[in-house]
Design a protein around this ligand. Sequence first.
Ligand SMILES: [Zn+2]
Length: 360
Amino acid sequence: MSATCKTCLLPTNYLNIKIDDEGICNHCREFNTTDYLGAEKLLQDIQPALRLNTSKKYDCVVGFSGGRDSTYLLWYIVKILKLRPLAVFSDDLFIPEIALQNMENTCKILGVELRSIKHDNLKRCITHHLNAWIRRPVPETLMFINVGERIGYETLVEKEAIKEGVHLIFGGRTAIQSAERYKKELMLLNHRGGQVSWVLGYMKQVILNPALLTNLFSLKVQYQEFMVVRWKKQLIKKHNLSIIHPFYKYIHWVEKELEDVLFNELHWAIPEGAKNSARFGCEIDTLRQYLYLRTLGYNDTYVDLSYLIRDGQHNREDAAEILKSSLDISDDYIRYILTKAGVNSDLFLEKLERRYPKKL
Ligand SMILES: [Zn+2]
């Protein structure tokens, strides 16, 4: 492993990192523990939306991805908040069997209806974006690879809520995810910039690799995903929906408590060799994390574990151990994902190896 901050696991080449004289990074120095508002305040804040409800079957709708955060969220809503959720799942056709099994089991145990909605946006874009990306394989443009995933889920939950007459929507956002901003910031032309800097950065990248824009369908989905946050906001306003993220402002997200629920109450299965519950959702996300690691030398796992060290949930040694085991994604699995995505995996990995040789 390359040199890192002395407190967390962020490497010294992490995007825009500043390491001080004592070897400690700005993310550790600037970390503040959050004062969470608590469950009582959460219950208070959802009352207005509950009163607008016209559904006889459901109190709320939850975006359920099968990942650990939304699974824990579903459990929390049923067992702690005592509400009746509808779980809505956007199936992008790259969800591993084990995750689908966990989802079905979870919903059965909790007595929750699971509504799966399949879409092929990601599947129709992925071959083009991977083949275009490998022509100029830089980390800045890795965000193209899962284009089509987001359009599937961004307004899906809202639309189902409207259909059912439900005004309360729960989301699984956590503070940890806000720490993963580097993926978006890579695209910025000037790292202090906002939306304009991002758009200019995007233009720069597509000028350097115009192949990213040469497929009409993919281009359409790129545009839709750029606009989708705006469309979602309009939908929320028009239909008077409330979106609440309990683990963002209200409840402290504690990995140990989450894993206790997942493994002991919901009987979660994890892939062979996995050391914890993190990250085995969408296969394209797994591929993207692998490619961030190859091209940058770090990925979300570094960021997440570093956050948990600062939050007092892991000591540095344990976190380093978990990191080491979770980085070990087998070449066979990557080949399987590439082939499923319609790409010549030998050629792809050869080009990747030439540009970013694996350190032995
Ligand atoms: Zn640090």
